[in-house]
Design a protein around this ligand. Sequence first.
Ligand code: PLP
Length: 385
Amino acid sequence: MIYLDHNATTPIDPRVFEAMKPYLTEAFGNPSSIYRAGQDVRKAVEDAREHAARLLGAEPREVVFTSGGTESDNTSIKGLALNRGKGHIITSTIEHPAVLKVVEWLEKRGFTATYVPVGSDGVVDPGDIKQAIQPDTIVVSVMHANNEVGTLQPIEQIAAIAHERGVMFHTDAVQTTGKLPIDVKRMGIDLLSLSAHKFYGPKGTGVLYVKRGTKFDPCVHGGHQEWGRRGGTENVAGIVGLGSAVEIAQAEMAAEASRVRVLRDRLEAGLAEHIGDMLFNGSREKRLPNTASVCIKYVEGEAMLLNLDMRHGIAASSGSACTSGSLEPSHVLLAMGIPAEIAHGSLRFSLGRATTREEIDKVIEVLPPIVEKLRSMSAFPRKNS
Ligand code: PLP
């Protein structure tokens, strides 16, 4: 398989798996137990917390382990909102459903919300955030990088605007942790979500960073774990895996970002040379180094994906989400003003550690004839060619 869907998930790094193994076998103690077998495991959990804190420029006590990005997003926004009881929430139209669905849920329970738009480049204008802030605004939640098109948002500016008005700032950094440096203090982040499986750690493990002193209601009630901020016996192996993935990412991030950027640019140039009527989605400058997102006119993204997969073993993604049996175009592309018929032809290639130049050249070789064949069979009305 040629795997070009690293924004969906990444394989576990073998070094991470090795670090986790003892905690799936002999080191099975409960970290809350006071005897030795528990305390050894507690130490492993706390070491992982320190690694995660260091990655973010945070203090270990500000790190809460969760079941992943979705839970961290839920706890951030719901946790702040429910703690206040009422008020207004600001987010953007291109957030992941783990944020959008929470805000919609809160709206049904009496909270109000503003969904700030993005420009055609997929970037939020901080001025729009400033305009949207109301006296009762509780939190501004804007993602660090978008998962579909890879655009980076001006979160430092947005955080500063929120703070000027005494409003908390949350960012979903699921797509940037392990790919780009983050410093919560310098960037003015009050709450941040990350997920281990996006940077070669295990699935079902994440972190919620919460700035010291922030009042929020936990989403998972139970025991006193995580200082009462998230109940439930810790997912020890997952947490140890997260800690190991963080350490590796910190050491390799800079070199890896440069390497995949070169490959991504090669892919984009190769596709642009051989495929007509193709658009690049999102800002060309403010974006993740590993993500290429395009719309290829007069073809269905899913048809291209099936051909890439079944004929060539290439795994990529389209922007569409399959909802209730009908294929909806991506809400992100629509929010950027891309017409639905063009958004249907979207493809996302997200590169990672194992991606090679040969793999990229294979895509450049096989995709143009697939597009040509599909276009010759296509029922799409063709205006320009
Ligand atoms: N936020 C973003 C931007 C994501 O890309 C994802 C994963 O697709 C999530 C949140 C959800 O993370 P998890 O899969 O850990 O629940």
